[in-house]
Ligand binder design. Structure first.
Ligand SMILES: Cc1cc2nc3c(=O)[nH]c(=O)nc-3n(C[C@H](O)[C@H](O)[C@H](O)COP(=O)(O)OP(=O)(O)OC[C@H]3O[C@@H](n4cnc5c(N)ncnc54)[C@H](O)[C@@H]3O)c2cc1C
Length: 564
């Protein structure tokens, strides 16, 4: 036996962050829940935090991302099979997400169901975000599906079942299902009116008006879902359809629907999730809502996947921050732990501000969804009309700004690890994975410009200025820079903003809302530092906090350790 001679001792290399309870170490999240959802029982989040922070789940995340899904379009002898094979770790992760109820469970679950699920979604993201794609779509489908009572009655309980059934068998044979969506085509994604996929009326049955769909989708993620909502041109215009992978007994004797998976996308990140190109050749599908109302119908789903983009990015930020803090607390350079070098302290504290502000804003949106869907059980401060406006406005604002900051944040957090941050080493380098994942939440479900334009649409559809004023009232007078910024935003909304300035409005609206939430929820030092860095001054680089501010409390608050 030959023994390799060690030429040197390995030291001053950081141990990975593993085996922490992600919920218990996340102070901003706990504080946000305490203030925004005081009645919420957090036991289940605590269990989720422990499981998702475990070394076992980190191993699953690594394996699911390094063993990407494989498409089997045909079998060995040439028959089409159109199935995607995943690594067992993918199934372990997806099973955990459904077991923890991150999909359809909040609908009708009573007050705070959506908030609890949103917090869980953020925590799960810190372990693995890509399996959450079908989870998010399965969560978001319910408001759309309700427009077809027969489908909702049959599939509704299945999208909420805390089980995972990975078998490729008819959805009607399963107790638990997952659902996807197909909007984007080659010639147009944002502009779905350009869809060319056609729908031909084919009769009536137990699921309502049946059609035959022919055409394609250029992106359709998670093609092993049991059914999809798809857009297609019907005689009455662009319409929304329910398209199952398997035909129900009465139409096709339990045969596979004519959905052909052409190819899986070779993506920058999101490797554990399969994103496919598909074609439909006379595939059977059932109308959801009315003919010609496809866009608003499917956007009822899209609005909720946009919430998840904001939640997911907030989760990724928190994960990246935790890793950066954990690393810099161990790594020494120039005689000190990196975290104690003043300039690194400044960078990390600035990232902590961003992460906390993102968490609060995403959770505020989830609360608006919760209140408008599940009510507030006698809370005297509950104002249904206000929550409806906040839900409408915050969806594009939070999706735009949080996701837009994600990539910048990921790059800076990666840099805190130096060269090691850039190295993946068979999936062990989690920071590089986070960095590759970050741009996706900004692109899918409506890219940045589409969100900024949607904010303009929201302003046309409701009296937003008084609602924002009401939302910001608790922070009025607390900080001069916030007062000035809020006045600017309200004046811009009142006066109207040219289309080409819509991003600025989306950003500024997000910033004042984040500041007001920090005022309401977080320690004064966090609020003051945020106002100084994001509203009084504007810096295009992290690490530009005022050197006179005491940044140590910000670092201590964000450090991924259990706090007393
Ligand atoms: C990994 C992955 C998975 C996906 N999964 C799915 C899925 O499951 N189902 C699905 O339906 N889609 C899916 N998509 C597609 C995704 O939603 C679209 O790519 C996205 O909505 C953008 O559409 P597009 O690619 O056609 O780009 P385009 O519509 O061509 O947009 C390109 C750019 O132009 C901007 N733009 C568009 N219109 C305007 C305008 N009027 N003014 C200013 N700027 C504008 C956009 O903001 C964007 O930045 C997925 C995408 C990816 C990357």
């Amino acid at each position: 036996m030959s023994v390799m001679t060690a030429t040197h001792e390995v030291f001053n290399q950081a141990e990975p962050l593993a085996g922490v309870n992600l919920f218990r170490v996340n102070r901003p999240l706990a504080d946000a829940l305490r203030v925004l959802a005081p009645g919420l029982e957090t036991k289940r989040l605590d269990e989720l935090g422990a499981e998702m922070g475990s070394a076992e789940m980190q191993r699953h995340a690594r394996l699911a991302n390094t063993h990407a899904p494989v498409l089997h379009a045909h079998d060995r002898v040439g028959r089409r099979v159109d199935q995607v094979e995943f690594h067992p770790s993918y199934h372990a992760l997806l099973g955990a997400a459904l077991r923890h109820g991150l999909h359809g469970t909040p609908w009708g679950a009573g007050p705070l169901g959506h908030v609890e699920r949103a917090a869980g979604f953020m925590l799960f993201t810190e372990a693995e975000p890509s399996v959450l794609c079908p989870v998010s779509m399965t969560y978001a489908v319910t408001p759309s599906l309700r427009a077809n009572a027969a489908l909702q009655a049959e599939w509704g309980p299945r999208v909420a079942a805390r089980e995972y059934d990975e078998r490729f068998v008819p959805g009607t044979f399963k107790r638990a299902v997952t659902m996807g969506m197909g909007m984007t085509e080659k010639q147009g994604g944002s502009d779905v009116r350009a869809n060319t996929t056609r729908a031909r009326h084919d009769g009536e049955d137990a699921w309502g008006r049946r059609y035959r769909i022919t055409g394609h989708k250029w992106f359709m993620s998670a093609p092993m879902c049991d059914a999809f909502l798809v857009l297609a041109q019907a005689p009455g215009g662009l319409s929304c359809f329910f398209l199952p992978r398997w035909l129900p007994d009465w139409t096709g004797n339990g045969t596979v629907n004519a959905l052909f998976v052409q190819r899986l996308k070779h993506k920058l990140g999101n490797h554990a999730n399969a994103s496919s190109e598909v074609e439909f050749a006379n595939a059977a599908a059932w109308l959801v809502g009315e003919e010609g109302r496809g866009v608003p119908q499917i956007l009822a789903m899209g609005a909720l996947t946009r919430l998840d983009c904001a939640l997911g990015t907030a989760g990724l930020m928190r994960q990246a921050l935790s890793i950066a803090l954990h690393h810099t607390a161990q790594r020494h350079a120039f005689g000190k732990p990196l975290v104690a070098q003043p300039l690194m302290t400044n960078v990390l504290a600035d990232l902590a501000l961003e992460s906390e502000a993102a968490t609060l804003l995403a959770l505020r949106l989830a609360l608006a969804v919760d209140r408008t869907e599940n009510g507030a059980d006698g809370d005297p401060s509950f104002d249904a009309a206000h929550e409806a406006v906040m839900r409408r406005v915050l969806t594009p604002v939070a999706k735009f700004w949080i996701c837009k900051r994600g990539s910048h944040f990921g790059q800076e957090a990666m840099e805190c690890l130096g060269g090691n941050g850039y190295v993946e080493e068979a999936g062990e380098g989690v920071m590089a994975r986070i960095y590759r994942e970050m741009p996706l939440n900004s692109i899918w479900e409506g890219a940045g410009n589409i969100m900024a334009l949607d904010l303009q649409r929201a302003l046309r559809g409701a009296d937003v200025a008084p609602a924002l004023e009401h939302e910001l009232r608790g922070a009025r007078g607390a900080n001069a820079a916030l007062d000035r910024a809020a006045a600017r935003v309200l004046a811009a909304i009142d006066g109207g903003v040219p289309e080409a300035q819509s991003r600025i409005l989306a950003r500024d609206t997000a910033l004042v809302l984040q500041a007001a939430l920090l005022h309401r929820i977080s320690p004064p030092a966090v609020f003051e530092a945020f106002c100084a860095a994001r509203l009084a001054a504007s810096s295009d680089v992290f690490g530009a906090l005022d050197e006179r501010a005491d940044l140590d409390p910000l670092i201590e608050r964000a450090m991924p350790v259990e706090h007393a």
